[in-house]
Design a protein around this ligand. Structure first.
Ligand SMILES: [Zn+2]
Length: 239
């Protein structure tokens, strides 16, 4: 699969930002891409690619959820890239792609430079995690964080957030990549809201995401998003 150094659309600005970015120190907070200066994010990037992916991801989330659908982030959040991101499960820890600490408003995402992302079985939507997939991962995680600021119920089911995070991730994906992803999943979408459950998500998270995207595109956008924000979908397990 062809690897893309950075997403289409960033190239002209990338050239402008290059001298500034080259002055940054890897592993420390680095200079922001100019398109990120108004984003409600404090970005601590492990590499310049992380920063580029983060800015592009915010641009996509802002366009889809803020500009087009009126959601808003209530306060800035920290977006921190690290070689290793873990979920503390008490007796053990689980290495994950990303996690959001809601109370501290800290979103941690695995850096694009982590070799772990390139292990043969580390696939996303049955695709290797290249620059575009890494960007879409950040989109997914940022969407979660933004949705949590906009739910109208205190404890919406986890599946509400997952449904919409996958929708934003896929709807804003580069078209060629999205076509490759969808071709991997010929299955139908959800027939009704009743099928959108936490069990379906746990059994096959990425398959769930594809079905959510197709369902969202088929049904009226405004109605579904309103149901999601109202916590009406798939409340079978607590968030
Ligand atoms: Zn998720």
């Amino acid at each position: 699969m062809a690897r893309r150094a950075f997403p289409v659309g960033l190239r002209p600005r990338w050239r402008l930002a290059l001298p500034l970015l080259l002055l940054s120190t890897p592993g420390r907070a680095v200079a922001r891409d100019e398109r990120c200066t108004k984003a409600p994010l404090r970005i601590e990037a492990a590499t310049d690619n992380d920063l580029i992916h983060a800015c592009e991801a915010w641009r996509r989330v802002e366009g889809f959820l803020v500009v087009q659908r009126g959601l808003r982030m209530t306060a800035p959040l920290d977006l921190i890239f690290a070689e290793r991101v873990e979920l503390d499960l008490g007796a053990t820890t689980l290495r994950v792609l990303g996690r959001y600490e809601r109370s501290r408003r800290i979103l941690r995402v695995t850096s694009a430079q982590a070799d772990w992302l390139r292990e043969p079985d580390r696939l996303m939507f049955r695709q290797p995690i290249d620059a575009e997939m890494h960007t879409s991962l950040i989109v997914h995680e940022l969407a979660h964080a933004l949705l949590l600021d906009n739910f109208r119920v205190a404890e919406p089911g986890r599946v509400c957030s997952e449904y919409m995070a996958y929708v934003v991730q896929l709807a804003t994906m580069q078209p060629a990549t999205l076509m490759r992803v969808l071709a991997q999943y010929p299955e139908d979408d959800f027939a009704s809201l009743a099928e959108i459950t936490e069990i379906a998500h746990l059994m096959d998270p990425h398959g769930f995401g594809i079905r959510a995207y197709r369902h969202f595109m088929r049904e009226g956008h405004a109605t579904i998003l309103d149901d999601i924000l109202g916590g009406k979908v798939g409340t079978d397990l607590p968030m």
